[in-house]
Design a binder for this molecule. Structure first.
Ligand code: C2E
Ligand code: MG
Ligand code: MG
Length: 765
């Protein structure tokens, strides 16, 4: 409750109390007044009836009854009336003397303490007070009736009495002749007070209302500025006011308002500062949010890139991109783990090392994409052949791009876990061979690849990765040398051969400086004349310890080691030099054929051929270059340009090992070629294989139609000779006439018609 409210309530309470008291006082006064009025009237009435003395003296009951009836009738408040003698004996009575539950009281009781001449008014409440201090339902009013005649005086005549009444001033003292006892009904007295009470109540009510109105008005006037202050404070705290308020009041309020205005001013300044700060802050927040979201995007991008790169790197680092098999690195890691497990569990483990036979040839002749497809197919077949717990890997370096040479590209490894014995590994190896040997369709060609497999068993052959790999590799190498398409278990005897290869590698680097390379020459015989019309220069390595090393042992090695360029260059120079020497000796060798490795065949090589011809002063027409089909597969246009550049030099071009590759024959017409060499493999088996025979016939026919010179290689027997001759191939290179021989030994063969006799001995077939 507000202070004003409390003040108002207090004022109203006080006013109400005052009003109630006033009303009560008024009612009480009015009550007494009414009672007094009745008593006065009754007393006056008794006094005004002197004959009453006479009636009492003479005990005139009738007259008395009449008088009493007149009293009762005079006022509704009088319930009963009695006349008593001075001793209290009732002379006459009228009305309901038993009115009220208490009834009329004994005379002695009513007048107990009063002198005989006094009037008495008695109420008979229990407590003696009653309502308004005068309890009881009926008041007993006792009025003395005085007389000039002494009631004790006997026999006073009526005339004496009358005279006394007529001249009361002549009479001396007065005597109490009797008493008038009246019963006054209290309710009537109360009812008589009602109008006054009503007026008093109305006045009191009006008074209360007036006080309340006055109090409210005054308190309002007093508290109005405070209310304003409160509202103002509320508004300020709610932030609704931002301008100074008008100060209308004086005194302390003025000071408070001024103070509030200062507060408003301060708040405004603070708010403005806050607004500016807020704006700056939100600008900064926006800027920062934008930066953060940009950074976040960049970060997400970076994380994504890093993850992708990591995945890619992992994939690159651990898996071969071509076959998706684990590469050398992952394989060695896994092998290491498996070896340790096998050791702990005392189990056997087999490492199968697999190398494809003649993969190089397929690659060279069909191109690298075909080679890739083949490797992929091999990978798939191998994986399908072993248990899930075994590890198949493509044994390539993680970083090694599988390049033209496909170094190591055709090597696969398989780890066979928990095998019962070596025989199990042998069975798996055989299964691998059987699976791989099934023809594959690659780029529309039906190909058959065979593997050479080496098997090493842990722990018996080796217990570590390196040792096991070396053992399996050695076994594989032996499998290859012992006819390919088979598998061999590692045996310690094989190590010597392995060491050979290692020393061979080291020695090959020094072979040129040490002048250990030599060229052998194999004559190409024109069987129509018996004369040598050309010789193929075939390289040999005169090893100080191992003796004459055949090309199949060191040419692929030189290719692997990147030495083939140097070796080839030496061969080219040496062949040209030898030709000049032959010429100087007056020998007529129409041409020398030099083998060119596909890895050698590049722009520099073409330039080099020109230089060597110039340096040695050999007529270009006397030099023939033997190329393999593989050269023709790569970038046809560029190859044509290279071949044409060679042709421009004046040299002739021959296709070696024709028929073994898988290249399309259509290139033959597009390339500037001079000669076809039918491969030895067809010649060997012509009598066993109808296919080979047909192929020879077809090649001869084709060569003829294209105006190409034909040379049949590897002719050893008269049957082969006859067959070739019959079908029109008359230039023969083979052991039938001569093995490749040192230049010195070729010399006698160069005399015209040297083989004529031999040819006639063979007969026409
Ligand atoms: P190729 O160019 O096809 O040479 C023919 C091979 O067949 C020679 O083997 C030769 O000795 C052998 N041959 C010829 N007639 C017969 C025969 O009647 N019976 C048997 N069993 N073999 C016969 P060689 O000399 O061992 O050379 C093997 C291969 O080495 C060559 O095959 C050639 O590809 C490569 N080669 C040799 N010398 C060089 C060279 O200087 N440079 C290059 N890049 N490769 C060379
Ligand atoms: Mg050759
Ligand atoms: Mg050949």
């Amino acid at each position: 409750m507000t202070v004003a409210g409390k003040i108002n309530a207090l004022v109203i309470a006080i006013a109400a109390t005052a009003g109630c008291l006033l009303t009560a006082h008024t009612i009480q006064s009015e009550y007494r007044l009414s009672l007094d009025r009745i008593i006065e009237q009754s007393s006056a009435s008794v006094l005004s009836q002197p004959q009453l003395q006479l009636d009492i003296y003479y005990r005139d009951a009738r007259a008395l009854n009449r008088t009493l009836q007149a009293f009762i009738d005079s006022s509704p408040a009088i319930v009963f009336a009695k006349v008593l003698d001075p001793s209290g004996k009732t002379l006459a009575a009228k009305g309901d003397t038993t009115a009220g539950f208490d009834g009329p009281y004994a005379f002695s009781e009513i007048r107990r303490n009063a002198s005989p001449a006094d009037q008495t008014l008695t109420s008979h409440d229990d407590d003696g007070a009653g309502i308004l201090g005068l309890g009881g339902r009926v008041f007993d009013l006792s009025l003395p009736i005085l007389s000039l005649i002494n009631p004790l005086e006997k026999d006073v005549s009526r005339s004496t009495f009358g005279a006394a009444l007529a001249a009361p001033e002549k009479m001396g003292s007065r005597h109490v002749i009797g008493y008038m006892h009246l019963g006054i009904k209290r309710m009537e007295v109360i009812l008589a007070t009602l109008p006054a009470a009503a007026i008093a109540s109305v006045i009191a009510l009006l008074f209360v209302l007036m006080c309340a109105a006055l109090s409210i008005t005054i308190t309002r006037r007093i508290t109005a500025p405070f209310s304003r202050l409160v509202r103002l404070a509320d508004d300020i705290s709610a932030g609704k006011i931002d301008q100074a308020v008008k100060v209308e009041d004086g005194g302390e309020l003025k000071e408070i308002f001024s103070l509030l205005n200062t507060i408003i001013g301060n708040i405004n300044t603070y708010k403005t500062k806050m607004d500016v700060d807020h704006q700056l802050l939100s600008m900064k927040v926006d800027e920062r949010t934008a930066q953060l979201s940009k950074r976040n995007t960049e970060l997400n991008k970076a994380v994504k890139e890093v993850t992708e790169t990591k995945d890619r790197l992992r994939q690159l680092a651990y898996y071969d991109s071509l076959t998706s098999l684990p590469n050398r690195r992952l394989f060695t890691e896994q092998l290491d783990l498996l070896l340790r497990l096998a050791k702990r569990n005392k189990e056997m483990l087999a490492l199968v090392f697999l190398d494809l036979d003649n993969f190089k040839r397929i690659n060279d002749s069909l191109g690298h994409s075909a080679g890739d497809l083949l490797l992929r197919e091999v990978g798939k077949r191998l994986s399908a052949c072993v248990r899930d717990s075994d590890v198949v890997a493509h044994y390539v370096e993680s970083t090694a791009r599988i390049d033209v040479s496909r170094l190591g590209g055709d090597e696969f490894t398989v780890v066979l876990n928990q095998i019962d014995g070596a025989e199990s590994a042998g069975m798996v190896a055989q299964r691998l061979i059987d699976t791989l040997i099934k023809p594959m369709i690659i780029d529309g060609h039906e190909l058959v690849v065979t593997p050479s497999i080496g098997i090493a068993i842990a722990p018996q052959d080796a217990e570590d990765v390196e040792g096991l790999l070396k053992a399996a590799d050695t076994a594989m190498y032996h499998a290859k040398n012992s006819g390919k398409n088979n598998f061999l278990f590692y045996h310690s005897d094989m190590d010597a051969a392995g060491v050979d290869r290692l020393t061979l590698e080291t020695d090959l680097r020094k072979a040129i400086e040490r002048n250990e390379l030599v060229l052998y020459y194999q004559p190409q015989v024109d069987t129509l004349t018996g004369s040598v019309i050309g010789a193929e220069a075939l390289m040999r390595w005169q090893h100080p310890e191992q003796g004459l090393v055949p090309p199949f042992k060191f040419i692929p090695l030189a290719e692997e080691m990147g030495l083939i360029g140097i070796l080839g260059d030496w061969g080219l120079q040496e062949a040209c030099r030898q030709m000049i020497e032959f010429q100087g000796m007056g020998l007529d060798l129409p041409k020398v054929s030099v083998n060119v490795s596909p890895l050698q065949f590049n722009k520099a090589f073409i330039a080099r051929v020109g230089e060597v011809l110039q340096e040695t002063a050999l007529r270009p027409s006397r030099l023939e270059l033997e190329l393999t089909e593989g050269i023709m597969m790569d970038d046809t246009e560029a190859t044509i340009r290279s071949l044409e550049a060679l042709k421009d030099l004046g040299v002739s071009l021959s296709i070696d090992d024709f028929g073994t590759g898988y290249s399309s024959l259509s290139y033959l017409s597009r390339f500037p070629l001079d000669e076809l060499k039918i491969d030895r493999s067809f010649v060997i088996d012509f009598d066993k294989s109808q296919n080979d025979a047909s192929l020879i016939i077809a090649v001869i026919a084709m060569g003829r139609s294209m105006n190409l010179q034909l040379v049949a290689e590897g002719v050893e027997t008269p049957e082969q000779y006859h067959f070739l001759r019959q079908h029109g191939a008359h230039v023969i290179q083979g052991y039938l006439f001569s093995q490749p021989v040192p230049a010195k030994e070729l010399v006698p063969m160069l005399s015209p018609g040297y083989f004529r006799e031999q040819i006639s001995n063979i007969g026409p077939g």
